[in-house]
Design a protein around this ligand. Structure first.
Ligand code: ZN
Length: 110
């Protein structure tokens, strides 16, 4: 699919237009913090276009905060999980089930 020209675009990036390049920052933030990142469309289109990396802005999902620079009236596009999040969570759940929890186990029942 051909990409819109965001230097002349009048509407923010949409979820089906996201590329790996646009999500690099969200992935890095999620991986380094171990916290999911919510991705929003930015207002940096048209005359304010700063490059593909700036078409989205992110915030930690747990804070439920709307980050600076979100396009007016926009809703979140998606949430990026830290690398290995599902694998690590599954492993922690299995350890908990077996009573082999780590000291930072987050599952209830201790
Ligand atoms: Zn446990």
């Amino acid at each position: 699919m051909e990409q819109r020209n965001f230097r002349t675009a009048r509407t923010a990036v949409r979820v089906h237009e996201l590329t790996d390049g646009m999500l690099v920052h969200a992935r890095n933030a999620a991986d380094s913090s171990y916290l999911a990142q919510t991705v929003w469309p930015s207002r940096f289109i048209g005359e304010d276009y700063l490059g593909h990396g700036c078409l989205v802005v992110t915030a930690y999902a747990v804070t439920d905060r709307v980050p600076e620079g979100v396009a007016k009236g926009a809703e979140p596009l998606l949430t990026v999980l830290p690398a290995n999040y599902l694998r690590d969570t599954a492993a922690a759940a299995e350890a908990h089930r077996l009573g082999q929890c780590s000291s930072y186990c987050r599952f209830p029942g201790h």
